[in-house]
Structure formats: structure tokens, C-alpha cells
Design a protein around this ligand. Sequence first.
Ligand code: NAD
Length: 511
Amino acid sequence: MSQQVTALPTTESLRERALGSLTRLGVTFEEGDGLRARTPITGEDLLGLSAATPADADRAITAAHEAFLSWRTVPAPHRGELVRRLGELLREHKSELAELITIEVGKIRSEALGEVQEMIDICEFAVGLSRQLYGRTIASERPGHRLTETWHPLGVVGVISAFNFPAAVWAWNTAVALVCGDTVVWKPSELTPLTSLACDRLLAMAADEVAVSRDVHRLVLGDRALGEQLVDDRRIALVSATGSVRMGREVGPRVAARFGRSLLELGGNNATIVAPSADLDLAMAGIVFAAAGTAGQRCTSLRRLIAHTDIADTLVDRLTTAYRRLPIGDPFQEGTLVGPLISGQAHDAMQAALTAAQAEGGEILTGGRRQLADSAVNAFYVEPAIVRVTEQTDIVRQETFAPILYVQTYRTLEEAIALHNDVPQGLSSSIFTRDQQEAERFLAADGSDCGIANVNIGTSGAEIGGAFGGEKETGGGRESGSDSWRAYMRAATNTINYSGRLALAQNVNFL
Ligand code: NAD
């Protein structure tokens, strides 16, 4: 069965679409040669932009820091008004923003729209949160005393984000940081400047409408050197950095060296266990979306399938057939399910991983070939690959940011969980089973060691209501829902004495 491949649009038509969206959003920008806006759909440049200089970044941090000094005293429910308006503007401009995401990242239309929906959802969550930044009241051991915990704004948050969620990761951080009373300086991926300009513009519009200083949020466009500047600047109280483990390894110690705070959201190497009792139709749908969707370029993409020996052959046959039917090509085209890889480098990394997997004893069952190279020499479309391995070798234990699914088998659940956890990363995980004992075992303290553990659903596509993040080399950060907001605030413990006499704790006598 041959792969379905859809034809590509021209770079000129994509440039017009991008400029059309930017114009409708009211984005203005300085053309220049500091940064190239590019589309992976054709692999060609769209336009040149000027990048921020170190002096520009310094001014942005100064402005955000000054804005913080007054923003922190605005009552949180009023701060929520800004985020409420941002959410409304995102609803109004959902289509234009999604268009830019598809053009710059190559996500298919429904995934790009989903990314903007996630931004709207987090804004609504943050507005609710603006009335729920609760501290605890603690029983005091002393008569006539009250002990409470108060949460205060932290300062300027430096947001450094990755290319693959060019807008949602910003929104997760910014919506929550703003209601918490922080201000933000954002250094997005150098690969997605247009989407970043659009997000910044929407927030500026919201700020103007609710009469808040635009300096509560400052965008700085540039490469990693600008990120390093944020990392090293003492005025940045929290560095929230999303990207590769390599980046986190550099950022974490540098922020720690100045006693700053960091929130790291790094790479994953996510696995799904498929038990003999699993509903295979359900498992199939969950696996194909998680492994091949977004061309394998989600931090939560499924990279390892651990299938019970009783069902492994059937499951792999069905998956191989489904993979060969996946339509690849123009992400704007209705029906396309697999868009391009972000770059030639990503393609090289995929090919190198496939070669290494074979050298380590793996067998490529399907995929891995490049498509559409004749019509777009600089664009990198690939057939998602399935590789059967007999062991969890070095290459399987690494994150390759491309659609490769390694399949291994197991006999006992203990063995499956041990394989599952035996990788350096700890982001997302899942099990397909109809056996409740197995499901609970997977979710227990000695089950999955990941920040996200699911049952009868794939590893990708989290909702904003839960905390998002992972363990081990994934960095340990938590963003988005639940009580992740605490990372964006500082807690003060307050003891209030209304007894009229000084009673020391632990019955200490003095004077
Ligand atoms: P990347 O690490 O190359 O870049 C991410 C960002 O960090 C960019 O803005 C880049 O300019 C900046 N940067 C790089 N080195 C830096 C340094 N030393 N100091 C300061 N800033 C620096 O990542 P990428 O290729 O854009 O994204 C893909 C990676 O991101 C994958 O590993 C993926 O798993 C991960 N990711 C993780 C999450 C998560 O929430 N855990 C979400 C999305 C992506």
C-alpha cells in the first residue's frame, strides 16, 4: 500500500497568508536581517525581521521590573481582568493565530486550532484562579496567636519557549504569571517569531483596553544568547524554560548559581504499555495519534510501545497498516495527518536514530523515508516509522524529536514497568488495559515514574486543568493547572499575636 502524499503550496502563497494574518491582528514589525521567519511547509524563508540586541533585552527587563513594582499591588481579581480580555481576543482571533502556527511549525490545522483553544482554556482557568490564590490557616501552638500563609507576587518571569508549542507554552506561563502579580519577559524560539509577535500584539491590545501598562509583558526576539541573558539577569526572579534536556542542563545550574528560581519543562521519552486485556481498537487510536501526530514533535509524543507478547504481533500488524495509510503533506490540506519536520537537522537526527537502531539490532517495520523532496528540496516530510527492538538500547533511551516508535515486548507487568521507567526522562506515560488491578498498579507509587500517567488514553494531548510536567531529566517543573501557580509566587508565613503577652514557641523562656 503506498503512502498518500498531498501537494504543497508555494512559499509566496504562504507568505501572503502569514502577512494577511499579521495584518488582521494589527501586528507591525521591523524588517531586518537579524532573524528569518521561515516555514517548514516549503522549507523556505518568508521574511527577515530585526532581532533584539542585548541592550534591547536589558531595557525590556528594566521595563518589566518597573511594571512589576506597581502590578504586584493591583488586587488579583483586577489582574484577572487583563487575562480575561486576552482570552476573549484569542477567541476572536483564533483562526489567524492558528494560521501562523501552521505556517511556522507545520502543524495540521486542527492541531493548530487546538493549540489556540488551549490558550483560551488557560486564560479562563487563570481568571478563576485570580480569586483563588489561597493560603492556609495553621493551628498555632500558642494561645492568642494566629498562623497563616500568604502568597505574594514573585517578580519578573523570564519565559523561554520551544518551537513546537510556540503559543500555548507562552499562554500557560503568562496567563498564570499575570494573575499571580508577576510581569513577563518572553524569549520565544527563534523559529517562530511571527506567532510570537501575534501573541504579544493580542496581549498589548488587551492591556490597552483594560488600561494596564504594556510593560507587564515584553517580547524579545532572538536566539539562545538572548535566552542566556535572561538566565543570568538577577532581576528575573523565575526562569521558566521549555525545550531540550541540553538546554535545561545549561539553564538550571546557571539560574541556581545566582539563587534564582527555575521551572524546567524538558524532553520526554514517553511509553505506552499495552496489556493482553486491552481494547486494541482504543489502543490503536491512542497510539497512532500520540506517535505519528504532530510528526512526532510533541514533548509528550509516544516514542516507546511496550506490548504484551500475546498481542504484540496483532497490534504491530495493525499499526503498520495504519501507518502506511497516514496522509502526509500540506498541513493546511483537509485530511492531512502528518505535516513536515521542523528542519533538515530534525530529519538528519531521525535518519541517524534509525541507522543507530538498526546497528543495535532493531528492524524498521515501516516508514522512515523522506517524501516530497522533489517538490520542495528544503522541506522535510517523512513517513512515520515503527522499529521493532529486542532490547531497550541506547538509541531507544534517547529522545529523537521525530516520528519513530520503538516496539518492545514483555511478559509480566513488573517487567513492563521496569522497562518503562528505565530511561532518563520522565514526562508522560500510559497503559491500555481492562484489568483494574493492572491499571492501579501502573498508577501506584511503584508504577510509572512520570509526571503524567494515563489509563486507556495515549501519552499526548493533556488538558490544562492538570499540572503539566515531568520528573528526572524532564526537569521537575509543573505548569498550567492544579496548584502550579505556586511556582509563580512566594509564600510568607505570618504569626499574629493577639494575646497581649509574648509567648515564645517551644516553651522557650527568655527575660
Ligand atoms: P531547544 O532546547 O533547542 O530550544 C528551546 C528554547 O531555549 C529556545 O527558545 C532557545 O533559543 C532557548 N535556548 C537554547 N539554549 C539555551 C541556553 N543555553 N540558554 C537559554 N536559552 C536557550 O528546544 P526546541 O528544539 O525548540 O524544542 C524541542 C524540545 O523541547 C524537545 O526536547 C521537547 O521535548 C522539548 N519540549 C518540552 C516541553 C515540556 O513541556 N516538557 C514542551 C515542548 C517542548
